[in-house]
Design a protein around this ligand. Structure first.
Ligand SMILES: [Zn+2]
Length: 338
């Protein structure tokens, strides 16, 4: 009996020590994050210990985990199959500020009882991660994003995240450039430009007086929208072909809010009365046909009679009268790095 009490006492002291060991680590966190913090010991990575703050979603996962343990250990001890390891589709990633990427997760063994994931980041200011594992770059720096098995919290895997600055806005002769050479920041989201929009409506009204029907079929497009659009074109035609008529995210003039696609997005537009009138008159309202015929080698895009770009009346008229495309007029290139 005395021996039994000694063992119990030893266990009690051990448990107490473990608690004390945890305290200094937690104390290094800012006060507001202490309530939901835990120390994770990493199993297959270069970072030995990371202090992570649990989000609301992961808190829910923790509750699920507790429920699974109770059910598995007490009621159906033979049915619980532990997660033993996690593999990821990538373990290192470099992202520009604003970009996102999500690794694919595989938990082993295949028949593990519960493959729920707990996602955490070592630095919320550098990169956030949502409950699905979507990593979003927020500011320059490095951090570690960790996925832990909710069913077996001893098992986790890390992604080393490096966040670098994205492109800056490029103005040449006062003209905002978005082409294959010059990208826009992914978080540049100005919406449609009010001056360009007003100029379009003025042009539309004058065209209407002549019996012509002009309308905008595509105006401002966000970075994320363009990313989805471009990916669909790549899936459909392959990358090389898609690059002839669709801009990669960040490279679309539609993200500037200064470009409009008019009427039918089709070569046939150039032969309509509307298309002919726009080609001869849009500069009077401050627009140019941005991707003219026979300029694909310079602009990087096929002829697009429907795509107009606002430059203001003076510059648009000068470009129109020069007979040059915008790249030639400014002496710049339009080519992707790779
Ligand atoms: Zn367009």
């Amino acid at each position: 009996m005395k021996k039994y009490i000694t063992v119990l006492l030893a266990l009690f002291i051990f448990a107490g020590c473990e608690k004390i060991i945890d305290e200094p680590a937690l104390a290094t966190l800012p006060p507001e994050s202490i309530t939901q913090a835990e120390v994770l010991t990493q199993t297959e990575n270069t970072v030995p210990e990371i202090i992570t703050e649990l989000t609301d979603e992961t808190t829910e996962n923790s509750e699920t985990e507790a429920a699974v343990e109770v059910g598995g250990d007490v009621e159906n001890p033979t049915e619980a199959i532990d997660v033993e390891s996690i593999s990821l589709s990538f373990y290192e990633v470099t992202l520009q500020v604003g970009q996102s990427k999500m690794p694919l997760v595989t938990m082993f063994p295949e028949n593990a009882s519960d493959k729920s994931e707990i996602w955490t980041t070592s630095d919320e200011t550098v990169a956030s991660v949502d409950w699905l594992g979507n990593i979003k770059a927020l500011s320059e720096g490095n951090c570690v994003v960790t996925v832990t098995s909710a069913q077996n919290t001893d098992v986790s895997a890390n992604v080393l995240v490096t966040v670098v600055a994205g492109p800056q806005l490029t103005y040449i002769d006062g003209i905002l450039i978005a082409n294959k050479t010059y990208a826009l920041p992914s978080d540049y989201a100005p919406g449609v430009n009010a001056e360009a929009e007003a100029a379009f409506y003025e042009m539309q009204a004058d065209a209407s007086d002549l019996g012509l029907n002009l309308y905008i079929s595509s105006g401002y497009r966000s970075y994320d929208y363009q990313a989805g659009l471009y990916q669909r074109y790549v899936d459909r035609s392959g990358k090389a072909e898609a690059d002839r008529y669709s801009a990669r995210p960040g490279h679309s003039e539609h993200q500037t809010g200064l470009a409009f696609d008019l009427n039918t997005i089709s070569d046939e537009f150039k032969d309509t009365n509307e298309g002919k009138w726009v080609a001869e008159n849009c500069h009077k309202y401050g627009f140019i046909i941005r991707y003219p015929e026979d300029k694909e080698s310079v602009t990087g895009y096929m002829y697009e009679p429907w795509h107009i770009r606002y430059l203001g009346v003076d510059t648009a008229t000068a470009v129109y009268e020069s007979g040059l495309c915008l790249e030639e007029y400014l002496g710049i290139t339009s080519e992707y790095d790779e």
